[in-house]
Write a protein that binds this ligand. Sequence first.
Ligand SMILES: NC(=O)c1ccc[n+]([C@@H]2O[C@H](COP(=O)([O-])OP(=O)(O)OC[C@H]3O[C@@H](n4cnc5c(N)ncnc54)[C@H](O)[C@@H]3O)[C@@H](O)[C@H]2O)c1
Length: 377
Amino acid sequence: MTDVSLLRFQTHPDRPEEPGTEILIGVGSRKALCSELARAFPEAPFALLVDEQVLAAWRPYVEGLTTSPLTMLALPAGEEAKNTESWVYNQRALVRAGLPRKGFLVGIGGGATGDLCAFSAATYHRGIGVALLPTSLLAMVDAALGGKCGLNLPEGKNLVGTFHDARLLIVDPAFLRTLPPEEFLSGMGEVLKYAIGFSTDLFGLLENHSDLGPESDQDLLSSIVGRCLRIKASVVESDPMETRGGRILLNLGHTTAHALETWAARHGQLLSHGLAVGLGLRVALIEAHHRKLISDLDLERCVLLLERFRMPSTPQEVLADLPTPGIGDLESLIARDKKRGAREVSIILPTERGSCEAKSSTPQAFAARILGTLFSS
Ligand SMILES: NC(=O)c1ccc[n+]([C@@H]2O[C@H](COP(=O)([O-])OP(=O)(O)OC[C@H]3O[C@@H](n4cnc5c(N)ncnc54)[C@H](O)[C@@H]3O)[C@@H](O)[C@H]2O)c1
């Protein structure tokens, strides 16, 4: 095992009785899974939930684990697993396998697997422990940490959910070797968010490595993922349950992203989350520049970074048949977003390269900004 660095932090510093999340990041850290489980959950039985596409790519690793699970459940790949039917199916399988109250779950897969697995753990016997091995870039830098978990309903995404921190996260960039390139790009949207809104250090690192991909040097990937996780950890620590306002900063680029993803879905098209966040970052940068929050030079460097990482400058660049929304369409999509009040919307804007703040706008004004930035020819 090379270069395993262990970062430990407490997600609830004001509630020391809670164990918080321990993170092990590094190339080869997956090989420490069994010993880490034995330390975090001494002598407790566990069930393994694995994304089936990840299982196909990593079968020798999963089957070679030296500590056997009570049962292993292969989940439909990605988002297909994140629904109530799958949740019921898995809960019943856990009962039949005899997983006790002191048992725990281990999830191996992307953000969808992590969400289902943590939600299953939160609800099984009124709550058992969970450990996650995120295998997509998005899950490594974002989804696996912070306790949010949930399921989709036919009415919409993430409508059922709760907070349930993973006790242990093992983050091994080796998994990225088998991640499809478009999924890597999707994770890059979140990485760029951290660089533009939270860290000049990460920004500089990305400027020097714009050819980054699943096959890149794993120590480099590890240090990029580690920087993102440290940022997310510090934001989550400041606002663990999303009640104090700090965590809203993680929505940089997301008001636009959610509106565009919904608009595309309404027209039967899929806009990847990462590309939607990339477009949202562009809108936030233009709005920030318009408000004189960032300099010409910072705007130029940030937009150049987005372009070097192949983030589109308009949605129609990747979805040629997507109709242009009317201002009213965008306004109602923004106002429906659950994170905002009726008349004012909170928007997160870069205040210089590597930092951001919550500001307010009206849905109408922000819809006009999105239209003007992303849809004008
Ligand atoms: N809980 C949170 O805080 C949070 C935050 C952000 C996103 N999310 C959720 O995360 C999900 C998106 O996560 P995602 O982008 O990881 O998508 P995902 O879990 O759907 O995975 C994307 C695809 O990549 C495949 N895959 C993953 N890792 C692989 C690997 N190493 N090798 C080969 N294939 C691999 C999966 O099978 C799937 O087909 C959404 O459901 C979203 O709502 C949750």
